[in-house]
Write a protein that binds this ligand. Structure first.
Ligand code: NMX
Ligand code: MLT
Length: 444
């Protein structure tokens, strides 16, 4: 297969960009841009400016921008790519935009679609591995395992192993692996879903459908769920570089591990309850609250009590709070607008809105969290539930399929710009105590 126009465009973009990174490193590398305090060292490196990405940026007040565009601006800019009769653009057009920063023409987006279609066949050994796993394995374990076992197909590992792969050319096999991985993720996720929850029955891909639409079709969903799938994958794609899944993917790739090793590791981070797994926890929390009331929607007072009971038992309120955001997550808002339009009378949706009215006040009174507002996960499960995807433990897989778009775009650029192996310096508690007593570490 000859190189696609996306690949040619990317080559041009990377080569044009590279001198900016080189200049910053070589000529301006010692300019100070941040300081590090003891609480940041112990407290999860919060706010330390030490990662670089040009693909998305997260402002604490405004939320995410993909390539400088907010979520509404992104959807507006891509609206020529809305699938006929649908409200959402194709994921293919969004990926082109995420990777290059340019809005594609129809032909360019079609080319991505054709490229992914040509790579989409899931090897039989992946199916065999999935089928050999205990059926009650978490679907995130299955997804991560499926990704990891495809490492044997890595072009990057092959070309690196053959020798002679130059640093400036490393983005090329990283791109090839990432495109293959992206093409195979929807059928793999759909296979896991149908194997685990739909009586081991399968629906073949439909070559006429786009990436998001095809996923909806393969799990057995009808309209407008195809738009739900497109919206989910797009809004979950990227959240700058410091979140656990993006950072892990980037960290592992920095050792020149290929896209399969790197993304599988990122998925394992996404599977934590403080990160992506929170979307299944939210549904569990809501359902448990309703169960206590014989499945009646609680009153605001009852809801307040559930929130306090959760906090008093030492648990977090899933879907609320954020390490960076200090306002309602615009990804929550995007889903809320979709739900208002398509499922306004759904009782769970009404409950989600009620939680939004009550939880920020309770969390503020509780006084611990720096951000009492909802994040993306507070809303995602309810929409899935409404359309009949009721297997909560699958929800993080949906997050993971979307997250692949962002983190893989990032590691392609990481190799394009030749970012170094990541290796921050650690210190001992004794050193921290000494520097604390001295009023700070003496800098050279
Ligand atoms: N419910 C109860 N307590 C909370 C919550 C919450 N939703 N959010 C933060 N806190 C607590 C937090 O546990 C910490 O307590 P302690 O001092 O006892 O350790 C304190 O408030 C200060 O935490 P923050 O600095 O506000 O938050 P941090 O940056 O450490 O953590 C999260 C961010 C997202 C991990 C945290 O807000 C949380 O656990 N939220 C609930 C889980 C969740 O929704 N995760 C999904 C995030 C989005 N995603 O998809 O990844
Ligand atoms: C994400 O999308 O990765 C989450 O909101 C977590 C984060 O940004 O830290």
């Amino acid at each position: 297969m000859g190189d696609s126009s996306l690949k040619a465009k990317l080559k041009e973009k990377i080569e044009a960009f590279r001198p900016r990174t080189t200049k910053l490193m070589k000529e301006q590398g010692k300019i100070v841009i941040d300081k590090v305090t003891i609480d940041q060292c112990i407290g999860g490196a919060r706010d330390i400016r030490s990662l670089v990405t040009d693909i998305s940026y997260l402002d604490p007040q405004e939320g995410i921008r993909f390539r400088k565009k907010t979520i509404p601006e992104t959807f507006e800019a891509l609206k020529e790519h809305n699938v006929a009769g649908c409200e959402m653009p194709t994921v293919e057009s969004f990926f082109y935009f995420l990777l290059t920063g340019d809005i594609p023409t129809k032909a360019q987006a079609d080319e991505v679609a054709a490229d992914w279609r040509s790579r989409a066949e899931v090897p039989q050994y992946v199916i065999d591995v999935l089928r050999a796993m205990p059926r009650d394995s978490h679907p995130m374990t299955m997804l991560s395992t499926a990704v990891l076992c495809m490492q044997r197909d890595s072009q990057f590992a092959k070309r690196y192993g053959e020798g002679g792969l130059k640093k400036n050319d490393m983005w090329d096999p990283m791109y090839e692996d990432s495109m293959t991985l992206l093409a195979r993720l929807p059928p793999i996720a759909a296979y896991i879903y149908r194997m685990k929850y739909q009586g081991d029955t399968f629906i073949p891909a439909d070559a006429k459908l786009d990436w998001g639409g095809n996923f909806a079709h393969m799990i057995g969903q009808k309209k407008p769920y195809d738009d739900v799938a497109r919206m989910y994958f797009i809004i979950h794609s990227d959240h700058e570089s410091g979140n656990v899944s993006a950072h892990t993917t980037h960290l592992v790739a920095s050792a020149l591990s290929d896209a399969y090793y790197s993304f599988s590791a990122g998925l394992n981070g996404l599977a934590g309850p403080l990160h992506g797994l929170a979307n299944q926890e939210v549904l569990g929390w809501i359902q448990n609250s309703m169960k206590k009331l014989n499945n009646q929607v609680p009153s605001k007072e009852q809801l307040k009590q559930f929130l306090w009971d959760t906090l008093n038992s030492g648990q977090v309120i899933p879907g609320y709070g954020h390490a960076v955001l200090r306002k309602t997550d615009p990804r929550y808002t995007a889903q809320n607008e979709f739900a208002k339009k398509h499922m306004p009378n759904d009782p769970l949706f009404q409950l989600v809105n009620m939680i939004y009215e009550v939880a920020p006040g309770v969390l503020t009174e509780h006084g611990k969290t720096k951000n009492p507002w909802p994040n993306v996960d507070a809303h995602s499960g309810v929409i899935q539930w409404h359309y009949g995807v009721r297997e909560w433990d699958f929800y993080t897989v949906l997050f993971g399929v979307g997250r692949a778009l962002g983190v893989l775009a990032n590691i392609i650029w990481d190799r394009g710009l030749g970012y170094a192996i990541e290796r921050p310096k650690s210190v001992t508690t004794e050193m921290l105590e000494k520097w604390a007593a001295d009023g700070g570490r003496k800098l050279d």
